[in-house]
Write a protein that binds this ligand. Sequence first.
Ligand SMILES: CC(C)(COP(=O)(O)OP(=O)(O)OC[C@H]1O[C@@H](n2cnc3c(N)ncnc32)[C@H](O)[C@@H]1OP(=O)(O)O)[C@@H](O)C(=O)NCCC(=O)NCCS
Length: 127
Amino acid sequence: MSPARREPRIRVPAAAAPINSGGDVFGGWVMSQVDIAGSIPAVLVARGRVVTVAVESMHFRRPVQRGDMVSVYAEVIRAGRTSMTVDVEVVVDRNPENPETLTVADARLVYVAVDENGRPRPLPRQD
Ligand SMILES: CC(C)(COP(=O)(O)OP(=O)(O)OC[C@H]1O[C@@H](n2cnc3c(N)ncnc32)[C@H](O)[C@@H]1OP(=O)(O)O)[C@@H](O)C(=O)NCCC(=O)NCCS
């Protein structure tokens, strides 16, 4: 379910991220980046405002460390009447002196296109 690794939707250093009791980056911070990045292709498909309705899966594969450069890839894999399912992959670049690139998490979320009143809105036709 990895989205194609074209351009990351966001790229952010984990330098100032909150840490957990084990000294790694707090998972909630990673989830927040996932939600932000996942909304980007959804907004493009919806051509307007979306809200997150569900996190269908969230898999933390490896810890994120302070100092990692975090890239988040996301693609819409299914468009319904008003909803979009988005697959997200989180990758880090670590150790600039001895570089490695690791997949640290993946997720599947559902976004809904909404109107100005926050009610579901049909997706526009995709040309
Ligand atoms: C998202 C929201 C507008 C949907 O309203 P609703 O009255 O439940 O809408 P519907 O039942 O018509 O469902 C709308 C679409 O969402 C899908 N959906 C609803 N709940 C879902 C869930 N738990 N998982 C997956 N899809 C879901 C429906 O299948 C439907 O898809 P479709 O139109 O493509 O067939 C409403 O639940 C809401 O405002 N939730 C809060 C959103 C929010 O604050 N998110 C966090 C911050 S962004």
